[in-house]
Design a protein around this ligand. Structure first.
Ligand SMILES: Nc1ncnc2c1ncn2[C@@H]1O[C@H](COP(=O)(O)OP(=O)(O)O)[C@@H](O)[C@H]1O
Ligand SMILES: [Mg+2]
Length: 268
């Protein structure tokens, strides 16, 4: 059995409870995808096609109306505990230091929760190690608002990973950053991935980012979203920016763009 199995799911958002004429928004229809443990996949598609919705279904935050989702052999019918998440606009809490922000999941997720108070200095050292891995050595005591946007995003990756989740769900985590910072963070994420060997689902609208990071890219149709194409990315790891200028890679990015354009215009 695959680590993640998404089998023919439909999902409708009911917009207003009690309104009988409201047929809602059909966000996903017949969406299927499977993933092996340790894979890194990217999910791309037209804006509004249901990418974030699909991640939320996998995380168990919302439930599909039809179809079946399982993670690590278990049917997903409640919020998963083995997951770490990071989003584009997720914020760090301004009244906590960067280190305390990174440690937030430890105060919530078992088995850490019980040990956290007793062993606080051990956990703090763990957070500082992780911060150092992403280039934030010595920044643990700073308030988040003292960090640049890129540094805050690095800290958020640490927060998503600190409890060593089996599954990392990333929803446009670098979307709000400038191109140079984003490319730097591709490497940060790649390094973390190669160290932790976790399973990663990355939603992004940046096709170069999708290709740079993933073993496989899935393209979704316009809403109602389903997977219409998958492409293996054969580049060896660690990936480097030069790879992105090789002819095969440029052509692959163009091919993906072409498919998304078709999906978008089919919708109109
Ligand atoms: N909580 C919600 N309530 C109602 N409609 C929603 C909700 N979240 C998303 N939608 C709608 O569902 C569709 C898919 O949204 P989303 O998954 O966020 O797309 P994407 O992440 O691909 O841009 C969109 O039409 C969006 O407006
Ligand atoms: Mg989205």
């Amino acid at each position: 059995m695959a680590f993640i199995e998404i089998d023919e799911i439909d999902l409708t958002y009911r917009n207003s409870a009690g309104d009988e004429d409201d047929s809602g928004t059909l966000a996903l229809q017949g969406a299927s995808l499977t993933m092996e443990r340790g894979d890194f996949i990217s999910l791309v598609g037209p804006s509004g096609c249901g990418k974030s919705t699909l991640l939320k279904v996998v995380a168990g935050l919302i439930r599909a109306n039809k179809g079946h989702v399982s993670v690590a052999g278990q049917t997903v019918d409640q919020p998963l505990k083995i997951v770490g998440m990071a989003f584009q606009n997720a914020t760090l809490l301004p009244w906590r230091s960067t280190r305390e922000n990174v440690l937030l999941p430890m105060e919530i997720v078992e088995p850490h929760r019980r040990q956290f108070r007793r062993d606080k200095s051990k956990y703090e050292a763990m957070a500082d190690d992780l911060l150092a891995t992403v280039g934030l050595e010595g920044f643990g005591d700073r308030a988040p608002w003292q960090l640049s946007g890129g540094m805050q995003q690095r800290a958020q990756l640490c927060r998503a990973l600190v409890h060593e989740p089996d599954l990392l769900l990333l929803d446009e985590p670098f979307g709000a950053l400038d191109a140079f910072t984003r490319e730097e963070l591709w490497d940060v994420l790649q390094t973390l991935y190669m160290k932790r060997a976790c399973t990663v689902m990355l939603v992004t609208h940046d096709l170069r980012e999708a290709v740079y990071l993933a073993d496989k890219v899935y393209v979704m149709s316009a809403r109602p979203g389903r997977v219409i194409l998958e492409r293996d990315i054969e580049l060896e790891r660690p990936r480097k920016l030069e790879h992105m200028y090789q002819r095969e890679t440029v052509e692959l990015v163009q091919e993906l763009r072409h498919h998304i354009n078709i999906a978008r215009t089919d919708d109109e």
